[in-house]
Write a protein that binds this ligand. Structure first.
Ligand SMILES: O=c1ccn([C@H]2C[C@H](O)[C@@H](CO)O2)c(=O)[nH]1
Ligand SMILES: [Zn+2]
Length: 132
């Protein structure tokens, strides 16, 4: 599964976004080190703060099925440039990625930026920071 294919999966997942409040639909798809693919969309709630972003939906689906090593993640929204994941999702991605995990930021126009967690969230809090 290459980057283009993963973006396509994210676009497909975006169609399932439950975003009646913001109307801002987001899709995500991840490829695990075992070559499994999991996708997700944002899921909003009338109690707005309970909203779950697309990236976290996809990652939580994978982890809850025993796949917790992310090799690549694609995120897509209808933005001017490649979508920018929120801070909470950056921290969750950091938990399950490695330093070379491809983080593919895209939009519906076909703009694509491939980046890494060190660029998205420098100095992220990690398990190595615990118990010091
Ligand atoms: O990277 C992002 C940014 C926002 N959202 C969702 C949360 C909310 O449902 C809507 C507007 O913030 O977009 C995501 O799913 N991923
Ligand atoms: Zn988020």
């Amino acid at each position: 599964m290459n980057a283009d294919q993963l973006v396509k999966k994210a676009i497909e997942a975006r169609d399932f976004a439950y975003a009646p409040y913001s109307k801002f639909k987001v899709g995500a798809a991840i490829l695990t080190t075992n070559q499994k693919v999991y996708s997700g969309c944002n899921v909003e709630n009338a109690s707005y703060g309970l909203t779950n972003c697309a990236e976290r939906t996809a990652i939580f689906k994978a982890v809850s099925e025993g796949e917790s090593k992310v090799e690549a993640i694609a995120i897509v929204a209808d933005t001017d440039g490649p979508v920018s994941p929120c801070g909470a999702c950056r921290q969750v991605i950091a938990e399950f990625c490695h330093e070379k995990t491809q983080i593919i930021l895209a939009n519906l126009k076909g703009d694509v930026e491939v980046t890494t967690i060190d660029r998205l969230l420098p100095g992220f809090f990690a398990s190595s920071d615990l118990n010091k």
